[in-house]
Design a protein around this ligand. Structure first.
Ligand code: UFG
Length: 326
């Protein structure tokens, strides 16, 4: 079985490529390397290509006939999506449409999509079930919501078979030390805390201390990136075995506040985290917490690395290994 993985040089994509190899799939990575990194790509089949070009998508499928596609490539920064929605809608929607066109033309009907908890917006109830109303609170989340709607329509009309995986907060790094997070600029909490310990010019800021949560900081559901990666391999196997199309949350069903994460980093690293308290970041909701019941039931998925300590320890090992002052 051969799988084309767009964005296979990115953070979640690269960990998933590793999981797919382990599960016995042949992988072809398709990436434009605008934010991905060559050093994170495992395997020999790599296409440097752009999803905005129908022609490049078509040639990828003719060079490497595939049985399934996983689509990670996407712009992912919420703040930037408010400042430049045109770029987000264009990149995230046109690339997905071109990819789906290429699949239909090549007769490939199996698709795994990287969606996000951002499709829920500010939830009415937590833990969030997949049936919760969808009200994205930012243009980035809207793009994920729109692609999910397209998938439902394509499934009905063209027999597309898909699973859309709604990630909560991906964290940590490959326990084998081969892969990790390399965003530039980095906007995520755990790498920002760790980088504030390693880089002189980086100070951590807590975005909002007046949320309606026990300690005033926002609560998130962090999930280890290798657990996310494993869920993709499982979703693909199940889809190929006949699982119905649908959407599945990927979260650990544990919530941690920003302050709790900072304390755990201090415990794991033995260092003191300096920070300043600032205003809320636009589009941040107070609490995101996943129900993982469907992932357990449909995929038989059990997160193995998603306790906060392991996520921070593996991320810390990765960041230190890449940093001269580590
Ligand atoms: N935070 C800080 N300081 C930082 C970085 C983050 O206080 O330097 C706070 C944020 O305000 C938020 C929490 O830490 O309350 C987590 O922030 P992240 O940026 O790590 O993650 P988000 O919850 O904002 O974003 C994640 C995904 C997005 C997705 C979003 C909503 O990265 O792709 O969840 O589902 F859109």
């Amino acid at each position: 079985m051969r799988v084309l993985v767009t964005g296979g040089a990115g953070y979640i994509g690269s960990h998933t490529v590793k999981a797919l190899h382990t599960a016995g799939f042949e992988v072809v990575v398709f990436d434009n390397f605008s934010t991905g990194h060559r050093e994170l790509v495992m395997g020999r089949n790599v296409i440097e290509g752009d999803l905005m070009s129908k022609h490049e998508v078509r040639s990828a499928f003719s060079e490497f006939p595939c049985d399934a596609v996983m689509h990670f490539a996407s712009l992912i920064q919420v703040g930037e999506s408010f400042r430049d929605p045109q770029r987000y809608y264009t990149a995230n929607l046109i690339s997905s449409l071109n990819l789906l066109d290429g699949m239909l033309e090549a007769g490939i009907d199996t698709f795994i999509f990287s969606s996000s908890a951002a499709v829920y917006g500010d939830p009415e109830d937590v833990p969030i079930l997949e049936t919760h109303p969808l009200r994205p609170a930012n243009p980035y989340g809207q793009t994920k919501y729109f692609v999910e709607s397209i998938l439902q329509d394509y499934a009905r009309a063209y027999g597309l078979r898909f699973i859309s995986l709604r990630y909560f907060n991906a964290a940590g790094a490959d326990p084998g030390g081969e892969l990790g997070e390399l965003h530039e600029p980095e906007t995520h909490l755990i790498p920002n805390i760790l980088r504030s310990l390693l880089e002189k010019d980086k100070t951590l800021e807590i975005f909002g201390t007046d949320f309606p949560t026990p300690d005033g900081t926002a609560v998130r559901d962090y999930i280890h990136v290798s657990d996310l990666a494993g869920a993709h391999a499982l979703a693909l196997q199940k889809l190929l075995e006949g699982l119905e199309s649908g959407v599945i949350n990927l979260g650990a069903n544990h919530g941690y506040s920003v302050r709790e994460v900072i304390h755990k980093v201090e415990e794991v690293t033995g260092r003191t985290v300096e920070y300043r308290e600032g205003p809320r970041r636009r589009g941040d909701v107070p609490v995101l917490l996943a129900s993982k019941a469907r992932a357990e039931k449909w995929l038989g998925w059990r997160p193995r690395h998603s306790d906060l300590e392991t996520m921070i320890r593996t991320a810390w090992e990765w960041h230190r290994s890449r940093h001269p002052r580590g």
